[in-house]
Design a protein around this ligand. Structure first.
Ligand code: UDP
Length: 341
């Protein structure tokens, strides 16, 4: 099968592209603007599968390039990751998030329609649920985002669903799967791909940077949440399991249907629990200080993954934090300054 992957130089996009190649993909067209992604990650994919990877440096809002690429390549499936993805940043820059997520997805959908691509897997988020009334989160619960990152992703979901309905009305069979990710951590087992954001704001790499001394201390954003230890609870999934969920999603794509799935392991860990696991893995205390809440953070996000398991046959290999933190720590020690720039 031929795939086009947007955001293929980013964290989840590169791990998923690697998974597709390892499972025998005939061709992966990797599209990335390199604004946040890393050319070095594409290099890893090129070395893994010589001759099967084509890199196109383009912003997904560049409608002409997208259209030309899709028409020339005619992929069987598009996997759409390209997006800004930081809740905190989105609070101060809503238009930037809407432009990239919603604008980029509109431009991609137009190109998909022009090229007659029939299948799409979309990278969505549990942030579309906002502050849910109950835990764990099931797919049928209301989506009421509480930050611009989540609002813009929800707009993309709506757009994709309407595009599926529109295609059906006009006799087409365009189908999509929306994967609502919970939190993601860890790195590829071969240690070649990693997590490298600038600035880094995610919990696991931030704690490990504090351990390595490349940041002074981990800031714990709020200890007065209504949770057992007062810090926020999240559901962490290993990036390799998340990549595998995309392969399952491709297999589960149905013509003229738009299906949504939560992807988490169904267990919640508090910020303090994640910090304790990081300290266990690095073998020493990590400097940490209590800081005010980060605006836009819901107290708890935990998935009910029964639907993705039942319908797509997805089964996470890792259901504890240890393999996530251990692989992240290995990569960070080998690449303290991230990918070569
Ligand atoms: N967090 C924290 N300190 C940090 C980074 C994150 O306390 O330096 C908390 C954050 O408030 C949230 C959780 O860790 O409750 C996970 O945050 P992250 O940014 O990793 O992912 P998000 O849930 O925002 O997608």
């Amino acid at each position: 099968m031929k795939y086009l992957v947007t955001g293929a130089a980013g964290y989840i996009g590169s791990h998923t592209a690697r998974e597709l190649l390892m499972r025998g993909a005939e061709r992966v067209v990797a599209v990335d603007s390199l604004e946040r992604g890393h050319r070095a990650a594409i290099g890893v994919l090129e070395r893994l599968a010589p001759g099967r990877v084509r890199f196109v440096e383009a912003d997904i809002r560049d409608r002409r390039t997208l259209r030309e690429t899709l028409l020339a390549e005619r992929p069987d499936v598009v996997l759409h990751f390209a997006s800004f993805a930081l809740v905190g940043e989105s609070m101060g820059h809503p238009a930037m998030y809407w432009s990239c997520s919603a604008g980029g997805t509109a431009s991609l959908l137009e190109a998909i329609q022009a090229a007659g691509t029939r299948r799409l897997v979309f990278s969505s988020t549990c942030a579309t649920y906002g502050v849910p009334d109950r835990m764990p989160i099931v797919e049928t619960m209301p989506q009421r985002p509480c930050n611009p990152y989540g609002s813009a992703k929800l707009a993309c979901e709506t757009m994709i669903r309407e595009q599926v309905e529109g295609a059906r009305r006009t006799g087409g069979d365009f189908g999509a799967v929306l994967l609502r990710y919970f939190n993601v951590a860890g790195c590829s087992a071969d240690g070649l791909l990693g997590e490298d954001h600038d600035p880094e704001t995610h919990l696991v790499p931030s704690a490990l940077q504090a351990a390595l001394g490349t940041r002074p201390a981990l800031e714990i954003f709020g200890t007065d949440y209504p949770t057992p230890d007062g810090t926020c609870i999240r559901d962490y999934v290993h990036v390799e399991d998340l990549a595998a969920a995309h392969v399952d999603a491709v297999a589960g794509l149905r013509p003229a249907e738009c299906r949504s799935f939560n992807v988490g392991i169904g267990r919640g860990f508090s910020v303090r629990e994640v910090l304790a696991e990081c300290e266990r893995v690095v073998g020493r205390p990590i400097p940490a200080k209590i800081a005010p809440r980060r605006e836009g953070d819901p107290p708890e996000l935990r998935s009910d993954p029964s639907l993705v398991m039942r319908e797509l046959g997805w089964k996470p290999r890792h259901v504890t934090l240890a393999p996530m933190v251990e692989s992240a720590w290995r990569w960070m020690q080998a690449n303290p300054a991230g990918y070569p720039r």
